[in-house]
Design a protein around this ligand. Structure first.
Ligand SMILES: Cc1cc2nc3c(=O)[nH]c(=O)nc-3n(C[C@H](O)[C@H](O)[C@H](O)COP(=O)(O)O)c2cc1C
Length: 177
């Protein structure tokens, strides 16, 4: 399943959101580990057709906006760098990433594809969504059904369908004593 996951750049603009898959993915994220079990993250879920979805689209950078705006849902993952008692949570971004990873894998297991994006304006997103300043928008995830590759302009289509590549596992191991 991990090998089959990939991040579509193009989503089906008409396919409905699999609500059960979304709820299961949120449930999976909830069970991610975090430092001191602080769970220093939150989400904004915006379904296509809502004002919030349109607002998030408007904060995406050009390329992301044209490609991801059709996704059935846009989900903003927010980090909480300091908690409600102003206690700094130094691993907040790391913990948020773990929750997102759990989300993506659970979603994928239901056929709900996702594509994370850091190419967006976090201040504009926080303002548009009226988010408490304690939370920092970190990534926007497009989630839904991949679009028909035939609808993707030539050139971009190759990138969309190219095999995924990674460095070898051994090359990530700096010390292997
Ligand atoms: C934190 C983060 C930020 C990303 N930002 C963008 C983005 O702004 N635009 C984009 O097209 N892809 C973005 N991506 C997607 C990555 O480019 C993609 O995950 C990577 O190329 C590996 O491809 P795969 O997910 O299909 O395996 C982002 C991924 C992550 C995890």
């Amino acid at each position: 399943m991990l090998a089959e996951r990939w991040s579509p750049r193009h989503f089906d603009a008409t396919a409905p959101l699999d609500e059960a898959a979304l709820q299961n993915a949120l449930e999976a994220a909830r069970w991610a580990s975090s430092a001191y079990n602080s769970q220093p993250w939150r989400v904004v879920v915006a379904r296509r057709g809502t004002a919030q979805h349109a607002a998030i689209v408007s904060t995406l950078s050009g390329f992301n906006q044209t490609r991801a705006g059709s996704a059935a849902a846009l989900i903003v993952f927010l980090t909480e760098p300091s908690n409600a008692d102003s206690k700094v949570q130094p691993t907040a971004s790391y913990d948020t990433g773990q929750a997102v990873a759990y989300f993506t894998i659970q979603a994928q297991s239901h056929g709900l594809f996702s594509h994370q994006m850091s190419g967006f304006d976090p201040d504009a997103a926080a303002a548009a969504l009226e988010i408490d300043s304690r939370f920092t928008p970190t990534t926007v995830m497009a989630a839904g059904t991949p679009g028909d590759p035939a609808e993707i302009p030539e050139g971009l289509r190759e990138r969309e369908t190219a095999p995924r590549a990674r460095r070898a596992a051994a090359d990530s191991v700096l010390v292997n004593a």
